[in-house]
Design a protein. Structure first.
Length: 114
């Protein structure tokens, strides 16, 4: 499961709502059961326990090669410091889909918080 064609606004005010979207794609050779994509705000492009959880979205089962368009409106915490941040989109965030590569599930887009 990978995230492709992410869309994140270029900038946002701390405390405001933003719209985030992307396609979750099953790049495996067999069907993948339902899962979740989770959204995080990060100081870098690597998902870690220090990132701020923003929300999640349910992804239906996907056949091999199929994609699902995911779209969410999420709030940037009002305590977020000013500067360049990254919105991370993590496919199969709960690790419910067996995959040959579990290290390609996260995509990102940069956003300037003011």
């Amino acid at each position: 499961m990978v995230v492709q064609s992410t869309s994140v606004p270029s900038f946002a005010r701390a405390g405001s709502s933003i719209s985030i979207s992307g396609y979750v794609k099953n790049i495996g050779s067999s069907s993948a059961g339902s899962s979740y994509v989770k959204y995080y705000l990060s100081d870098d492009t690597t998902l870690s326990s220090s990132d701020t959880y923003l929300g999640s979205d349910y992804v239906t089962s996907l056949g091999s090669g199929q994609s699902s368009y995911e779209y969410e409106s999420l709030t940037i915490p009002s305590t977020t410091s000013r500067g360049t941040k990254y919105v991370l989109l993590a496919a199969d965030a709960n690790n419910t889909v067996a995959e040959s590569n579990e290290n390609n599930n996260v995509a990102h887009g940069s956003i300037y918080i003011y």
